[in-house]
Design a protein around this ligand. Structure first.
Ligand code: DGY
Length: 308
């Protein structure tokens, strides 16, 4: 079998097909199918989705591998050290999904705090009896502090959105204490984690999943949040201790949780489905036509460069 490029699915837009036309021997085979396994030995470029964990054993089975590409900015599902040790290039899609992901985080925030999903269910149920003074009261955001974990491009884009709502963004990031983050229209303080948590009415996660951030928001950390705080996660499962968050929601300590990502997704802790004050989405952060098309172009350009 001759396979230079091994991908598991078509991507949005023409980029992958164009790459296949430029470098023949592109095989599309479902992840971990017999065909995919058999092709590894010939493969020079592997294309994975965010839901497909590539292991060190896969690299061993692919002696001709030059590059691993992922249709995502996140690289937590790739064996980065092993790639580096073998000189295998890792190609991902930073930059082009910044606005789409920040938009979705904002959608979750507004859906939660303005009870959008509950209102929709009420209207569709046919049970709506008309306007009432205290019907589905939500929570205002202006003037409140928004704690943002991660001061990279997506964290800053989310800060701009919350700033436009009249919120006060503050940051925590992995690289430093103190100082300020210039997020465009204004500057925001960078705080140590405990200070950020204790002052945040809204907490939004925008850092990658790494050894340093895995389990960062454990029960102890979550209990530092003010009563009624809202948590948004469009980054990765595994950063937030989900069982602890569910317990705090049920106890009425948290005001709401909006999730686009889950530890172990697509399996979801069934207690989320019954937990109050939640909005749950199926990992849609980058899911716009424009963004997914741009991600495919960026990825395939990088892979073409790796193939030479
Ligand atoms: C990413 O890019 O890492 C998102 O989670 C999927 O687009």
């Amino acid at each position: 079998m001759s396979v230079r490029i091994l991908a598991t699915s078509p991507l949005v837009g023409p980029a992958l097909a164009d790459l296949g036309a430029r470098f023949p021997d592109l095989l599309l085979a479902p992840f971990r199918s017999a065909e995919w396994n058999a092709a590894l030995g010939e493969t020079e470029v592997l294309v994975a989705l965010v839901s497909e964990s590539i292991t060190e054993a896969d690299l061993v089975a692919a002696p001709r591998l030059k590059a691993v590409g992922t249709y995502s900015v996140g690289v937590n599902h790739l064996p980065l050290q092993a790639c580096q040790a073998r000189g295998i290039q890792v190609v991902n899609t930073p930059g082009v999904l910044t606005d789409a992901t920040a938009d979705l985080a904002l959608a979750l925030l507004l859906a939660l705090t303005r009870r959008v999903a509950e209102g929709e269910v009420l209207v569709r149920s046919g049970e709506w009896k008309g306007w009432a003074p205290d019907q589905l009261l939500g929570t205002g955001l202006a003037g409140k502090t928004c704690g943002i974990l991660g001061s990279g491009p997506i964290g800053q884009a989310f800060a701009r959105r919350t700033w436009a709502l009249g919120m006060v963004p503050v940051f925590w990031d992995r690289d430093g204490l103190g100082g300020e983050v210039d997020f465009g229209p204004a500057r925001a303080r960078r705080l140590i984690l405990s200070d950020l948590l204790s002052s945040s009415a809204v907490l939004s996660i925008h850092c990658p999943l790494t050894d340093q951030t895995r389990g960062l928001l454990d029960r102890f950390a979550l209990e530092l949040l003010p009563e009624g705080a809202v948590i948004i996660n469009t980054a990765r499962g595994g950063i937030l201790d989900e069982p602890a968050a569910i317990d705090l929601l049920k106890a009425g300590r948290l005001g709401g949780v909006g999730l686009d990502v889950y530890e172990g997704e697509p399996k979801i802790d069934p207690r989320w489905l019954l937990a109050p004050r939640t909005v749950l989405l199926p990992h849609l952060g980058s899911a716009t036509v424009e963004t997914r098309t741009a991600m495919a172009s960026l990825l395939c350009d990088g892979l073409a460069a790796a193939l030479g």
